[in-house]
Ligand binder design. Structure first.
Ligand code: AMP
Length: 195
């Protein structure tokens, strides 16, 4: 049974650069809606080249604001279940191409420094494909560590990004989608009982 916490606002980064990335992002949002909590905000979808300069297909990214009852560790476990369900190999080279990547950027104002979970996500401050969509959803967010508004960090640079799908289209797509496939059999949904 997945442990419940009190209600919290979490910001989740979604990324994909394989197997029809836009469809994968929509699919992951639908899983999040059913298994993590209510989606309260969505950014546009932005496209950028792999930040490490490798010869991978371009990355599609967006950020979702989600109200969740899951604790941070339960949220991480759930996102990893969704990644697995969507075909992300368990063993893979770090920063390899992927059908879906789900990261916790912020969880309320919590600061978490565990080996399995770091919040705020360390890449948040300098990766434009994360910080720009995050600020689109919540422009006044502050870094929970220092209190400095996130808009002042170097990742707030949209020059390297291209907007390909507006958030309004994502909302339409999400409203159209029904209940997703069950997650793996070892899994039980904290929101909707046993899956
Ligand atoms: P990646 O391949 O970049 O998705 O990294 C996955 C690993 O990062 C997993 O082993 C997670 O336990 C770890 N991790 C640490 N902090 C976070 C976070 N804020 N969100 C998601 N994964 C995290």
């Amino acid at each position: 049974m997945v442990r419940r916490g009190s209600r919290a606002i979490a910001y989740i980064a979604l990324g994909s650069n394989l197997n029809q990335p836009y469809q994968r992002l929509c699919q992951a949002l639908n899983y999040i809606r059913w298994h993590v909590g209510e989606i309260r905000g969505l950014s546009d979808v932005v496209v950028s080249s792999p930040w490490d300069g490798s010869r991978q297909p371009p990355y599609f990214n967006l950020v979702a604001e989600v109200e969740t009852l899951l604790t941070p560790m339960a949220l991480l476990a759930m996102l990893q279940d969704i990644e697995k369900e969507m075909g992300r190999p368990v063993a893979r080279p770090r920063w390899s191409a992927r059908p879906i990547d789900l990261d916790i950027l912020l969880y309320g104002e919590e600061v978490i420094l565990l080996s399995a979970l770091r919040v705020p996500h360390p890449g948040l401050y300098w990766r434009p494909f994360v910080l720009v969509p995050l600020l689109q959803v919540a422009p006044d967010l502050k870094d929970p560590v220092t209190g400095v508004p996130l808009k002042y960090f170097p990742g707030n640079n949209r020059d390297v990004l291209r907007t390909v799908v507006r958030a309004s289209s994502l909302w339409t797509e999400l409203r159209r989608s029904g209940q997703p496939e069950r997650l793996g059999s070892s899994f039980s949904s904290p929101l909707f009982g046993e899956s």
